[in-house]
Design a protein around this ligand. Structure first.
Ligand code: PHB
Length: 388
């Protein structure tokens, strides 16, 4: 081929890909689709697909294209994938992030490329402070842990042992629960931690049993609750008289029904239950189950569903502009009804404001659910609120 022709073809290819890029808003969705956090990836991917099936894939004249990548929840992989998505695929938005270290590893890329990073799962408070381009639609651990401490004190629990996964969200849960519980007059007997990867709860549960507290407060990430409950029962702690209280990550809707009747009566605090009583949630659960072979949506799924809503509405507000600064400005202060209830994005912190529900695991129509019985409205991340 003549050199001239090659140049012409190359120019054409460049032109058409640039034109296509202008008509398309690409979202790089990075999730753990395999490995220990795979249930989070599966839930969020399903919710993103459901959102697009319900709302179409064109918004403000732009075709919204989602590029899904599996980071296996290894933060170095997350970072490499984010880099490739920005540089090669020219994504306008990065989204997903199943665990805190993955969200953190991507923050410098979001800042340098001025690309919004929509955190749909990870829950450590400080994530949103790692880049001005981060916005969160999931939750923070303090949002659940502080109301859990308040409930415990009000309901006669005086001595507590805490047990958390030993990384960002666990440390936030431990500190925010313990600080509030002590401030309200309670005693923390011991703060115990278990490794995130391949945790063996047995030695820690033995220590908890020896401490003879009124209650054990637990955080383990989504996907690890069933294994924890199994070992809790194997060690006979369900019969020890020590109550189990938790963040709703433990009694995760993805696994709850398989945990068995031993979890009935467990009190926990969280932002979403599949049994949340609203018309919107009933429709959400039904559509989600229908599209996913009966799978029950969990709190991770709503983080993904709401993250897509935030992106779609921001694109509408910018008239389809994918400029990162404009998108972030459009996202700040946005408020809407989620399947979990009313939510908004705090314009000061870019973090989510949402109701926290106190729930009791109970049987409804033969299945185990987190049944909400009290609501703490419009909870801002307590860690950031305390810094002000
Ligand atoms: C996190 O890594 O931030 C994380 C993961 C799963 C949870 C909560 C927090 O359920």
């Amino acid at each position: 081929m003549l050199r001239r022709e090659i140049a012409a073809i190359a120019a054409l290819a460049l032109f058409s890909s640039a034109a296509a890029a202008q008509d398309t808003a690409k979202i790089g969705l990075i999730l753990p689709m395999t490995g220990q956090q795979a249930s989070t990836g599966k839930q969020i991917d399903a919710a993103v697909k459901l959102y697009q099936a319900q709302h179409g894939s064109t918004v403000a004249g732009k075709k919204v294209e989602v590029i899904l990548k599996d980071d296996t929840s290894v933060p170095d992989v997350t970072k490499r994938l984010a880099q490739e998505l920005v540089v090669n695929d020219k994504v306008a938005i990065l989204a997903g992030f199943g665990i805190t270290p993955s969200a953190m590893a991507t923050a410098p890329i979001a800042t340098q490329a001025k690309v919004p990073e929509v955190v749909m799962a990870a829950g450590t408070s400080s994530i949103t402070e790692a880049s001005p381009f981060i916005v969160r639609t999931s939750f923070t651990l303090a949002q659940s842990s502080v109301p859990m401490a308040e409930w415990a004190i009000k309901n006669g629990i005086k001595k507590v042992v805490t047990m958390v996964s030993d990384y960002g969200p666990g440390i936030d849960a431990e500190k925010s629960f313990s600080d509030k519980f002590k401030a309200d007059g309670g005693t923390i007997v011991e703060n115990l931690r278990v490794p995130l990867r391949s945790p063996d709860f047995a030695p820690v549960l033995q220590k908890a049993a020896d401490a003879k507290a009124d209650a054990l407060f637990v955080f383990v990430p989504s996907g690890a609750g069933a294994q924890f409950v199994k070992q809790f029962v194997e060690r006979g702690l369900d019969k020890s008289g020590m109550k189990l209280i938790a963040t709703g990550d433990v009694t995760d809707d993805d696994q709850l029904n398989g945990m068995g009747d031993v979890v009935m009566g467990v009190i926990n605090a969280h932002n979403y239950s599949a049994s949340h009583d609203s018309a919107l949630n009933k429709a959400y659960v039904e559509a989600f189950k229908k599209a996913n072979g009966g799978l029950r949506p969990n709190f991770m799924s709503v983080g993904g569903y709401d993250g897509m809503h935030l992106i779609y509405e921001a694109l509408k507000k910018t008239n389809g502009s994918t400029d990162g600064e404009k998108l972030i400005a459009a996202m700040k202060g946005m408020a809407w009804e989620s399947p979990r209830g009313p939510i908004s994005i705090d314009p000061d912190t870019r973090d989510i404001i949402q109701n926290i529900y106190i729930r009791k695991v109970d049987k409804v129509n033969g299945e185990l659910y987190n049944v909400e019985f009290a609501t703490i409205p419009n909870v801002k991340d307590p860690v950031k609120a305390a810094k002000k």
